[in-house]
Design a protein around this ligand. Structure first.
Ligand code: ADP
Ligand code: MG
Length: 307
């Protein structure tokens, strides 16, 4: 199968969007952004064996590369619109490609994102990269740098699940609900756009709660006090590893793709109140202090890293 045939067979579904003037097939895509909106653009790359287990199913690889980009778009408060795909393949296996495309289009369809182009190359190992663009109302983007002293800090969903799930995948339990959280993260797109123009600061949790909140604090020039007893832990995680280990995964594990954001408490939009938990407060003294009851838990910044 040559490159042309591969693109035609797997990556040429028509874009169901008036915003795509020309999609896959020409030298470039021609897009029609909405009038008077700002564009947000992100990119994320996953290398087999480094960012996901080489044994992960093709459908999950396709879903996940879209989901992690959706999460960056969500963390900016934008609405996802278009994406391009760069694919480096060691071999072109039609069954693998069909399943990969299925997972990729499934994640894209959940948020109405159009695949409008890409690049396909041969290489020594599987590398997938998606670039995604979204739109927002000018001036409403969420930055890491906007946190203010006195803000409440929130996280969506539960944390620690994906890192525990990754361990389970390595032991062959790829179907465990925690492993599914690693393979198919749920990007918080709705929460992100509900927070645009409202939250003071936001970041998505890809490297781990402590690591990512620390980036937000640094960018904002503030500190934080976190009450670890309020960190949202799933029943699945607690049942699988117990409270102490669950807390370690929640603090230092990555790949959850939840949002962490800050704002004055009364401004929390009602539409996302059910998916967000208050876990601490922004302080004037720099640094992150995590308390478990009366105990200050040391910050482990050697934890989880993506490269
Ligand atoms: P060029 O040589 O001009 O870069 P290509 O032959 O690489 O063009 O690609 C042909 C068309 O197919 C382009 O529109 C490109 O965006 C698209 N394309 C290539 N690879 C992919 C892919 N993996 N997914 C989606 N579209 C792709
Ligand atoms: Mg060209």
């Amino acid at each position: 199968m040559d490159e042309f045939e591969l693109i035609r067979r797997f990556f040429s579904r028509p874009a169901d969007s008036a915003s795509v003037v020309t999609g896959v097939g020409d030298d470039g895509a021609v897009l029609k952004p909405s009038a008077d909106r700002e564009l947000v653009t992100v990119i994320d790359t996953m290398v087999a064996g480094t960012h996901f287990p080489a044994t992960m199913s093709a459908g999950d690889v396709g879903y996940r590369i879209v989901a992690v980009n959706l999460s960056d778009i969500a963390a900016m408060g934008a609405e996802p619109r278009w994406m391009t795909l760069a694919l480096t393949l060691a071999e072109s296996d039609p069954a693998w490609l069909a399943a990969f495309a299925e997972g990729l289009y499934e994640a894209a369809a959940e948020w109405g994102v159009a695949l409008v182009g890409g690049d396909t190359t041969k290489g020594e190992q599987l590398v997938v990269s998606v670039q995604m663009s979204g739109e927002l109302t000018p001036g409403t983007a969420l930055y890491r740098s906007g946190a203010k002293v006195g803000d409440t800090i929130y996280v969506t969903g539960t944390v620690g699940d994906a890192a525990a799930g990754l361990k389970l995948m390595a032991k062959g339990s790829g179907e465990h609900p925690l492993a599914r959280r690693f393979a198919r993260p749920m990007a918080r797109v709705r929460a992100g756009s509900a927070l645009a123009g409202i939250a003071h600061a936001a970041i998505d949790l890809s490297d781990g709660f402590v690591a990512d909140l620390s980036k937000l604090l640094e960018a904002s020039g503030v500190g934080a006090q976190v009450d670890l007893q309020t960190l949202p832990l799933s029943r699945d995680l607690l049942d699988a590893v117990g409270r102490d280990e669950a807390l370690q995964y929640a603090m230092n594990g990555g790949d959850d793709y939840e949002l962490c954001f800050t704002m004055p408490e009364p401004r929390l939009p009602e539409t996302i109140a059910a998916e967000a938990t208050a876990i601490g407060r922004i302080t004037a003294e720099s640094g992150l202090v995590c308390r478990d009851g009366d105990t200050v838990v040391p910050i482990d910044d050697t934890g989880y890293r993506h490269f």
